[in-house]
Design a protein around this ligand. Structure first.
Ligand SMILES: Cc1cc2nc3c(=O)[nH]c(=O)nc-3n(C[C@H](O)[C@H](O)[C@H](O)COP(=O)(O)OP(=O)(O)OC[C@H]3O[C@@H](n4cnc5c(N)ncnc54)[C@H](O)[C@@H]3O)c2cc1C
Ligand SMILES: NC(=O)c1ccc[n+]([C@@H]2O[C@H](COP(=O)([O-])OP(=O)(O)OC[C@H]3O[C@@H](n4cnc5c(N)ncnc54)[C@H](O)[C@@H]3O)[C@@H](O)[C@H]2O)c1
Length: 478
């Protein structure tokens, strides 16, 4: 067995691990990066980038469908599934290539290939070939698609998002399980690309929304275009030739249907099992994830740090990078631990309209013990610029603090919501009041005028005093 002695060992060469490795090196620490799979990161290979490439193709198809409403008639639309998937894979490989180039440029002695697990709090074993004695360790092992017990060992037709971006052609039909971010992004894109798609939800949740009013609008708007079966249970699945025969239950009725693929999009599980964490000497929570401080990424008072999807805190790409920087800095300079930069929360699902949350969620504001807050809202149905573009669907709700007039957060399903989300998240982080936001410029005719309408409504409700929302009386969504 090869033996290595280092200052910092980083487990996982995803976004969080790569950033942590560079940050620890920048502190002058002798650092190694351990990776068990292919280089290239989840984001570039099977996550953010290929999913947005598929969505871009779907948007092109959708624009052609909308065109006649503008008096523009593009003729017969033909979607070439082979060409669609070829572009997705080609552009994806380009993004992956940049990551791999960066890894190739790293010194060979800094890279260890294989599955790492703890033998004791300072010792990692990698496969059965290397033992690493590390003064500090960063866990940056990411997450994997959650697999549902009912769909286990069915056959090749039951897949996860990891498989979609290796397709050579668009399939005939797909059943999507889950109305989270992945289920809705991929479900809508596939439907727009002409794939017979049905989305099954066990409850009524929609992506990351918790505001009941936005949630209701989102369900309605998405169902206008996408075949979503809410309140459905997956009862049985069987592979039959090239198809999966899927049986679902809804309102005491069992429905059986054939799909080429059943896509599991029922959440992601942090990759902390099989890491030997029971030998790491750190406290774990109920789901086996190390207990850590989100300002420093430190696990208890130990020499171990955890970053990215592995810690489940905010499982999105920008947070993985921030976590990695904080964890790597602190592992490098240990024991001089410092809190790092944390930004206002921001999430965006790239459905159309976009589903976006930022700052404090409705659910967080309704938590027991929280003071009452005011709400303002705008529907995009009659919003000028949105109507001009035939994108007049959605709802934005904004939240403000009575005592200070401070803007707290927002949830929305909105046209160009990704941009509105940034604008509002910057206001949250800058601790602006609603009045200060209304002093900012708004051009005409723009979707941001809808934001102004919601903020004016919020300002008026704040001025009425503490009467608007009683957190105890309103049930947030999930
Ligand atoms: C379909 C999809 C779409 C997404 N879209 C977006 C989006 O639009 N915007 C956004 O912000 N986020 C998006 N995300 C989320 C984003 O991709 C993740 O939050 C981010 O990639 C997590 O990075 P990470 O470094 O924590 O994990 P990863 O990049 O997964 O890296 C973890 C690495 O650790 C390795 N590893 C695990 N265990 C071990 C071990 N024991 N030993 C050695 N190596 C190990 C793994 O092989 C892997 O390479 C999406 C995710 C998916 C799946
Ligand atoms: N645009 C983005 O930023 C983006 C895009 C894709 C993924 N992501 C990240 O990936 C994470 C995972 O995405 P996801 O959509 O898989 O998870 P999710 O947590 O967003 O949604 C999970 C869905 O699966 C359903 N579900 C869970 N258990 C189930 C069960 N036993 N049976 C049936 N349904 C079940 C839930 O009700 C929910 O609808 C997201 O939380 C997000 O952090 C981000």
């Amino acid at each position: 067995m090869k033996k290595l002695k280092v200052d910092v060992a980083v487990i996982g060469a995803g976004t969080a691990g790569l950033v942590a490795y560079r940050a620890a090196k920048a502190q002058g620490a002798r650092t190694v990066l351990i990776e068990r799979g292919v280089y290239g990161t989840t984001c570039a290979r099977v996550g953010c980038m290929p999913s947005k490439l598929l969505i871009a193709a779907a948007e092109a198809a959708h624009m052609l469908q909308l065109a006649p409403q503008f008096g523009v008639h593009p003729g017969t639309t033909r979607i070439d599934g082979v060409a669609v998937m070829a572009r997705v894979r080609r552009e994806r490989d380009r993004f992956v290539g940049f990551v791999v180039e960066g890894v190739d440029a790293m010194p060979d002695e800094d890279k260890v290939r294989g599955h790492a697990r703890f033998v004791d709090p300072h010792t990692l074993q990698v496969d059965d070939h290397t033992e690493i004695d590390a003064r500090r360790i960063v866990i940056a092992t990411g997450s994997s698609p959650t697999r549902l017990p009912t769909l286990e060992n069915v056959g090749p037709g039951v897949i996860t998002s990891d498989d979609v971006f290796y397709w050579n052609d668009l399939p005939r039909s797909v059943a999507v399980i889950g109305t989270g971010v992945i289920g809705l992004e991929l479900g809508q894109a596939l439907a727009r690309l002409g794939v017979r798609t049905r989305v099954y939800a066990r409850g009524g949740s929609v992506a990351q929304l918790s505001d009941p009013v936005v949630l209701k609008t989102a369900s309605r708007v998405l169902c206008e275009e996408l075949d979503i079966h809410f309140q459905s249970r997956i009862l049985k699945a069987e592979q039959d030739g090239d198809d999966v025969v899927l049986t679902t239950g809804r309102h005491d009725e069992a429905i059986t249907e054939r799909f080429q693929y059943v896509l599991q999009a029922a959440g992601r599980t942090p990759n902390v099992h099989g890491l030997g964490l029971e030998h790491a000497g750190i406290a774990l929570d109920d789901s086996g994830v190390p207990v850590f401080d989100p300002r420093t990424m430190q696990c208890g008072n130990s020499h171990i740090f955890i970053a990215g999807d592995a810690n489940q805190e905010r499982p999105v790409l920008p947070e993985a990078a921030d976590h990695g920087k904080i964890a790597g800095d602190n592992a490098g300079r240990f024991p001089d631990i410092r809190p790092g930069l944390r930004r206002a929360p921001l999430t965006a699902a790239f459905t159309e309209p976009n589903i976006v949350t930022l700052g404090a969620s409705y659910k967080a504001l309704c938590a027991p013990g929280k003071s009452k807050f005011a709400v303002g809202q705008v529907s995009f149905e009659n919003q000028g610029r949105s109507r001009v573009m035939l994108q007049n669907k959605g709802m934005l709700r904004v939240y403000g603090e009575y005592r200070t007039g401070r803007f707290l957060g927002a949830e929305m399903i909105a046209p160009r919501g990704e941009h509105i989300g940034h604008l509002l998240a910057w206001a949250v982080q800058s601790r602006l009041t609603v009045d200060q936001m209304l002093e900012m410029p708004f051009y005409h005719p723009v979707i941001e005028e809808g934001v102004r309408t919601a903020l004016r409504d919020l300002a008026a409700n704040l001025a009425k005093g503490e009467s608007d929302i009683d957190p105890d009386s309103v049930e947030p969504g999930t």
